[in-house]
Design a protein around this ligand. Structure first.
Ligand code: PMP
Ligand code: GLU
Length: 400
């Protein structure tokens, strides 16, 4: 009998984290590697935010905080939700955690019992199904492929709901595809949820600020206020302010749910890092110019990468509405053979062979529940992206 728990044996290590670690190791060995697997902005955290953290250290804000987060930050989160999303929350309806990841973890641990189902549209961010499994629930995957713009239709959602459905986990703009639901498309989804009062909605809005005109971001509880009392609106500073390492995520939701999530946090990590909380307060309340500046750079890189990838033989790359990912299809390359004899039978074979032949690290589509595709994070310098796409083009052309 294994010493390890059933819970851990149900899940695997995060493939995005694993691929990024592998690329880092190969680089450290001196290999010429371009890592496009890490889903994080390449920019530095804005100066005002860094200064706020230094000030927090200097003034001794280095002790435990309230488990749900410092009141100053929870108030700032309420103001953010009101200002940017038109959502009204009070500070006791807000939880601050160690990254959006811990928000998700707390929410699922606080609500799932064995047999409970959670609807997860695919392609999905790698952690959704595994966190559901860890918490003892059952992920119900709804496939929304390239032909539907990687978006789930209201009919698909309707068909997936059963009496056991507890949550829909929703992410727009999406990791890994960058697909964003318009207000009208969201209304189609929220209308279905309005017909099923037992289903709760977890809206992961972490890429809210990384969207490209004419697309405009909207969050489901604002589109359908009738869902407010069963929606958890999750967000964080990782992507919006280039603060992935600071580990601050937050959510607004019904008081009882937030209280239960806080109980779990109080028995696991206690509170998010005090210094990071003060830094996040500055991010939300200080100058906001980082957001449009980074958005402009990401938009230019999106256009660059989509253009270059569509010139690669056998690659079809849609233009995403947001985030900093593209999710091209490689259906035409499956079944081919690389010069070293490697048969490309899956997108995982493709990603491994690409790394071996050209030193470009991408994440294979199977990790996100939709194949045959791969994900590129274009949060990299333009010249690196050009080099990477040239290498990908050369690799695709070499497949016979
Ligand atoms: N949701 C999505 C869709 C993400 O891509 C990420 C980043 N991997 C997160 C949540 C969590 O980010 P963090 O824990 O850094 O806040
Ligand atoms: N957002 C990132 C990604 O998807 C971070 C790694 C992770 O937490 O999965 O690659």
């Amino acid at each position: 009998m294994s010493f390890l728990s059933d819970a851990v044996s149900r899940i695997k290590a995060s493939p995005t984290v694993a691929m990024t670690a592998l690329a880092g190791e190969l680089k450290a060995e001196g290999r010429d590697i371009i890592g496009l697997s890490a889903g994080e902005p390449d920019f530095d955290t804005p100066d005002n935010v860094r200064r706020a953290a230094v000030a927090a250290i200097s003034s001794g804000k280095t002790r435990y905080t309230a488990p749900n987060g410092i009141i100053e930050l929870r108030k700032a989160v309420c103001e953010k939700f009101y200002r940017e999303n038109g959502l009204t929350y009070t500070p006791d309806q807000v939880l601050v955690s160690t990254g959006g990841k811990q928000i998700l973890y707390n929410a699922l641990m606080a609500t799932l019992n064995p047999g409970d189902e959670v609807i997860v549209p695919a392609p999905y961010w790698v952690s959704y199904p595994d966190m559901v499994l860890l918490a003892g629930g059952t992920p119900v995957i709804v496939e929304a492929g390239i032909e539907s713009g990687f978006k789930m239709s209201p009919d698909q959602l309707e068909a997936a709901i059963t009496p056991k459905t507890k949550w829909l986990i929703f992410n727009s703009p999406s990791n890994p595809t960058g697909a964003g639901y318009s207000r009208e498309e969201l209304k189609g989804i929220t209308d279905v949820l309005m017909r099923h009062p037992h289903v709760w909605l977890l809206s992961d809005d972490i890429y809210e600020h990384i969207v490209y005109a004419p697309f405009e971001f909207a969050t489901p509880a604002a589109v359908e206020p009738g869902l407010m009392d069963r929606t958890l609106t999750m967000n964080g500073v990782s992507k919006a302010y280039a603060m992935t390492g600071w580990r601050i995520g937050y959510a607004g939701g019904p008081k009882e749910l937030i209280k239960a999530m806080t109980t779990i946090q109080s028995q696991s990590t206690s509170n998010a890092c005090s210094i990071s909380q003060w830094a996040a307060l500055e991010a939300l309340t200080g100058p906001q110019d980082y957001i449009p500046t980074s958005r402009k750079a990401f938009e230019r890189r999106r256009d660059l990468v989509v253009g270059l990838l569509n010139r690669c033989e056998g690659v079809v790359c849609p233009t995403p509405e947001g985030a900093f990912y593209v999710y091209p299809s490689i259906a035409d390359l499956i079944g081919k053979t690389a010069p070293d004899g490697t048969k490309i039978e899956t997108d995982e074979d493709f990603a491994k062979a690409l790394l071996a032949a050209e030193g470009v690290a991408v994440v294979f589509g199977g990790a996100f529940g939709c194949s045959p595709n791969f994900r590129i994070s274009y949060a990299e310098a333009d010249e690196v992206l050009v080099d990477a796409c040239e290498r990908i083009g050369r690799f695709c052309a070499s497949l016979k």
